[in-house]
Design a protein around this ligand. Structure first.
Ligand code: ATP
Ligand code: PRP
Ligand code: NIO
Length: 487
């Protein structure tokens, strides 16, 4: 590992975060309270919602945040920071407050998923890791949810470790995929670490090692009562399926002939033919597992062709988020304490209206119609507003403000909860199967038009009038300041 022996996560940040921290510290700004929000601007995969994941790792990361001696030695020797600043860094822990949506929550564009309220340096140093975690895990949970929505009742297994972008991605991606709705993983370490059910068949190498399917299947069956034989090594219909049936008949009750796996060729055709062969041999309960570069699009197409599949193994295209490899979430400062101890808004202006940040301390409410239990949209308010006390709300699009509606007879549910208070983790993440169930049950809140995988309607994420007015005032103030400068 080189001369700096440990691998603390405090340095899992961009150099510029430490450089900015040095400037804040040298200027006496470092303890000022700052508020940052983490959000994404565009839903991934053209989906109508995203499934939030990443909180578990974030809590662990923040709990253990500290620069170790070897981190400090590295920063001194190799990067050149001075001793006084390093002595300060040695004392830095995460002491702030964090508010987050739960894992498995359905989340949308331009709404804060996490709000960090902490001394400026602390909030700044953790940006990179928080984004790194949420960007990946939320992306994979969302992709998994898309796949599961197309698959519906059949079983889906995560097979992607060998193709993942290195080991961390395989492990945390598998966990996120499980949150999104997958039933099992082939990654045994993820099974041990998170309690995700493990499952699997065997590879072509088993058959190739024995040079024929008959011996390979028998060898496997000698030590495994539950058997799923891979039947496409030589010729699926002429050799693989008939030999699997022959071996299963020979072994009778000694094995559970659970299934066969197809991994190449025309899956629709081969699965239908294999189904006929298995049924004709009396193995009507023996299932057909398929794999080979599958995603929600191929699965939908295969279903349309009447493929007879009971179980889907998904690797590359899920774990690498193949069709959209980044979520693009950002972490933006929205308020900072001034020299008098008062919180002041901050704003980032952009020529692109969608990129102008929404300043100030805010809350996000999910507005749920009491009559039908469906969500009308999300409603971002200033922190001192209480939409639950209103009889009706005007919800309007934050850019196209003429698109609006009035909502009454609703529940306003604050989607955030405090997970860290003064540096202490105060939230216990539920067991993983409960998080998965939560994600699934949340889908019931959404009208079908937001859930379809192709061209869904845009779910409303609106600003309260007060929040919108505040944003406009901030924009105006910046413009005036610039005009004064020019003048
Ligand atoms: N009936 C089908 N309709 C649409 N796509 C299919 C169908 N059958 C298989 N596919 C998909 O087509 C892609 C390529 O399949 P193909 O059979 O060429 O795979 P392969 O790995 O190249 O096979 P082989 O190992 O025989 O060369 C895969 O993503 C597979 O899931
Ligand atoms: O296709 P994916 O969605 O990425 O799913 C994972 C793939 O990994 C295996 O193939 P590989 O060729 O690596 O090994 P094998 O010999 O077991 O087929 C398996 O057969 C799947 O095809
Ligand atoms: O168990 C399997 O069939 C499996 C596991 C990983 C990758 N591909 C297939």
């Amino acid at each position: 590992m080189g001369k700096y022996s440990d691998d603390s996560l405090a340095l899992h940040t961009d150099l510029y975060q430490i450089n900015m921290s040095e400037a804040y510290w040298a200027d006496g700004m470092h303890e000022r309270k700052a508020v940052f929000e983490l959000f994404f601007r565009k839903l991934p995969f053209g989906n109508g919602f995203a499934v939030f994941a990443g909180l578990e790792r974030i809590l662990d990361y923040l709990k253990g945040f500290r620069f170790t001696d070897s981190d400090l030695a590295y920063l001194k020797n190799e990067v050149g920071y001075e001793d006084d600043f390093l002595a300060y860094l040695k004392t830095v822990r995460f002491t702030g407050d964090v508010y987050s949506v739960k894992e498995g929550e359905l989340v949308f564009q331009n709404e804060p998923l996490i709000r960090v309220e902490a001394p400026l340096v602390e909030a700044q140093l953790i940006e990179t890791a928080l984004l790194n975690i949420v960007n990946y895990q939320t992306l994979i949970a969302t992709k998994a949810s898309r796949i599961k929505q197309i698959v519906q009742d059949e079983r889906v297994m995560e097979f992607g470790t060998r193709r993942a972008q290195e080991m961390d991605a395989a492990i945390w991606g598998t966990r996120a995929a499980y949150i999104g709705g997958l039933e099992a993983t082939s990654n045994v370490r993820a099974g041990k670490k998170f309690g995700i059910p493990v499952a699997g068949t065997h590879a072509h190498s088993l058959v190739q090692a024995y040079k024929n399917e008959y011996e390979a299947f028998h060898a496997y069956a000698k030590r495994h009562r539950d058997c799923v034989f891979l039947v496409d090594t030589y010729d699926t219909l002429k050799s693989g399926v008939p030999i699997a049936i022959q071996v299963a008949k020979e072994l009778g009750d000694k094995i559970n002939f659970l299934g066969i796996r197809l991994d190449s060729g025309d899956i629709a055709f081969l699965s239908k033919e294999a189904r006929k062969m298995l049924d004709a041999a009396g193995f009507t309960e023996t299932e057909i597992v398929v794999s080979n570069d599958l995603d929600e699009y191929t699965i939908l197409n295969l279903k349309a062709q009447g493929a007879r599949v009971d179980s889907w193994g998904i690797g590359t295209k899920l774990i690498t988020a193949y069709d959209q490899p980044a979520l693009g979430a950002v972490y933006k400062i929205v308020a900072i304490e001034n020299e008098h101890g008062e919180m002041e808004d901050t704003i980032k202006i952009s020529g692109n209206a969608e990129k102008v940040t929404t300043p100030g301390l805010k809350n996000v409410y999910r507005i749920i119609d009491r009559e039908n239990g469906k969500s009308e949209g999300d409603y971002i308010t200033m922190q001192d507003e209480d939409p639950a006390s209103e009889d009706h709300l005007k919800m309007f699009h934050p850019i196209h403000t003429f698109v609006s509606k009035f909502v009454s007879n609703f529940d306003a549910v604050n989607i955030h909860q405090q997970v860290i208070k003064k540096g202490e983790v105060i939230y216990e993440n539920p067991p993983l199967p409960e998080i998965q169930k939560y994600a699934y049950s949340n889908l019931g809140l959404l009208w079908e038009e937001y859930k379809r995988s192709l061209n869904p309607e845009e779910y409303p994420v609106d600003l309260s009038q007060k929040c919108w007015d505040n944003k406009m005032r901030n924009i105006q103030e910046v413009k005036e300041a610039i005009t004064e400068l020019k003048g």
